[in-house]
Design a binder for this molecule. Structure first.
Ligand code: SF4
Length: 327
């Protein structure tokens, strides 16, 4: 008998969209249904991405010292987490990290700076270092510098930035539960500015923050409506000292269902397993990569990641190949 997930995957593969209520069924699937759900999401992944995997590497170029109050973030003004805090790293340090990115064969090198939005001086420094990186290496460069003011996206485009990351994080409805210093619409506005400037859009979420399934579905459709190119899905890593430190709402099977939801709703997107994958997918990480087509390699912003060799081995064992960036 054909499973309901196979019927849904056929619908997506024929070019149709699944409805909100079908998406809700995906995220509400039971543990015992999850492996057959993953099989069908893997058919969609294979259709758009074959056996290719993109590697992304993060550099936390400016850490802590943020005036915002995002409840999940160890760098927020309210966080008591013991993290290193520093202003924008010097150019030599950023260039050294770019060399490491080349060694790891990354598709995209991500320059991340904490803060509400970049000061003009910081933006200029980022622009200068991106120009240098782009003249030496063929990988893509993504910047993640917070909310952008008028003209800043155009400046980054001119400097050679390929994509800009600004996560919506959760649904419009749930947003005020996780952040009070800026709004969901502020974030949407920045994603739109990035799009208008002709830069690739990277925007995703953090799941397992206490949101309900409807919130997850709403987020998946907000990203679809914005036409986001790349979708990182983070699984909340509850960091000691943050206001969400006691939230622990995920299991490996549930984490897989979140990935399936985003794949069914955004079938051709560059869907990435991001922070918290080691903690929440655990031994099921290879199944995650049958649904998503990219991962972060190395460490995250303020938490440790897997050793790169373990990830490279997982990719080889799955019969997948690393996709280099085309210039
Ligand atoms: S997520 Fe970004 S804006 Fe929010 S507190 Fe952390 S660094 Fe600041």
């Amino acid at each position: 008998m054909t499973s309901p997930w196979e019927i849904l995957a056929d619908k997506v593969l024929s070019g149709d969209e699944i409805s909100h209520s079908e998406a809700l069924q995906v995220i509400s699937a039971s543990d015992s249904e999850t492996f057959s759900l993953v099989e069908q999401a893997a058919r969609i992944r294979e259709h758009f991405w074959q056996n290719r995997v993109r590697l992304y590497m993060l550099l936390n170029a400016k850490s802590g010292l943020c005036p915002e109050d995002c409840g999940y973030c160890s760098q927020s003004k309210d966080s008591k987490a013991l993290i290193s805090k520093y202003p924008l790293l010097p150019e030599e340090t950023i260039l050294k990290a770019a060399e490491k990115a080349k060694e790891l064969q990354v598709h995209t090198f991500c320059l991340v700076a904490s803060g509400r939005s970049p000061a003009e001086k910081e933006l200029e420094k980022v622009g200068d270092v991106v120009k240098q990186i782009k003249s030496h290496y063929s990988f893509k460069v993504c910047a993640c510098l917070g909310l952008l003011k008028k003209g800043q996206a155009e400046f980054l485009k001119y400097s050679g930035v390929d994509t800009y990351n600004h996560n919506l994080n959760t649904s419009r409805n749930y947003y005020s539960q996780i952040c009070g210093t800026h709004s969901f619409d502020n974030r949407v506005q920045t994603v739109n500015q990035v799009k208008e400037a002709g830069i690739g859009t990277c925007s995703g979420g953090i799941v397992g923050m206490g949101e309900n399934f409807q919130d997850a579905v709403d987020l998946a459709y907000e990203l679809k409506a914005l036409g986001v190119d790349s979708i990182p899905i983070n699984f909340l890593h509850p960091i000691e000292g943050t206001s969400l430190s006691a939230v622990n709402d995920l299991t490996p099977l549930k984490a897989l269902r979140y990935l399936c939801l985003f794949r069914f709703v955004n079938p051709s997107a560059d869907l990435r397993i991001a922070g918290g994958r080691e903690l929440h997918l655990r031994a099921l990480q290879p199944l995650g990569l049958r649904v998503a087509n990219s991962i972060f390699i190395g460490d995250y912003l303020t938490t440790k990641g897997e050793a790169p060799e373990a990830d490279l081995e997982m990719i080889r064992d799955l019969g997948f190949v690393i996709e280099a960036a085309s210039v």
